[in-house]
Design a protein. Structure first.
Length: 156
């Protein structure tokens, strides 16, 4: 048991750095374009709105939130290619500069933090538009998804 925790805690910092820098994520398909991301977000938002039986008025009020969500996704993606390239350079360097590596992590975390705050505001705005019954339906769907993926992600 102790070895499992020790192993986990030993790998978490490395994984965090690699994932933040982008080296820990390999894609098997090309990066989606901005238009493809916009379309995917729209499809998923429409699916949720259909599921909770949103009214036409609610859909109109939520349209700007969808646009803000796409903006946040774009903000998270901005600079990622350059960060990946810098991380790769540091990794391949014979003597990587620790200050540069930490600055890269800090910069990407700042981007993620800003996006997380904006997304929190977006969720709070969403809360104001939905009825209590609709919020309950959304929560139930979130719980379903968490239990589905949580079973697959358990650390043993």
């Amino acid at each position: 048991m102790f070895r499992s925790f020790a192993s986990l805690f030993a790998t978490v910092p490395l994984c965090a750095v690699l994932a933040t820098a982008g080296l820990g994520c390999a894609r098997t398909s090309p990066e989606p374009s901005e238009d493809e991301i916009t379309e995917r977000v729209h499809q998923r938002v429409e699916m949720v709105l259909d599921r909770i039986e949103a009214t036409d008025d609610q859909r109109q009020r939520l349209a700007p939130l969808e646009d803000r969500l796409v903006e946040q996704i774009s903000a998270l993606r901005a600079g990622a290619t350059e960060a990946h390239e810098l991380a790769a350079e540091l990794w391949l360097s014979d003597d990587p500069d620790p200050a540069q590596a930490h600055a890269l992590v800090d910069q990407r975390l700042d981007v993620a933090r800003d996006a997380a705050h904006e997304l929190t505001d977006l969720v709070l705005d969403l809360h104001q538009v939905l009825t209590p019954e609709q919020r309950q339906a959304v929560l139930e769907r979130i719980r379903e998804r968490r239990s589905h993926f949580g079973a697959r992600l358990q650390v043993r």
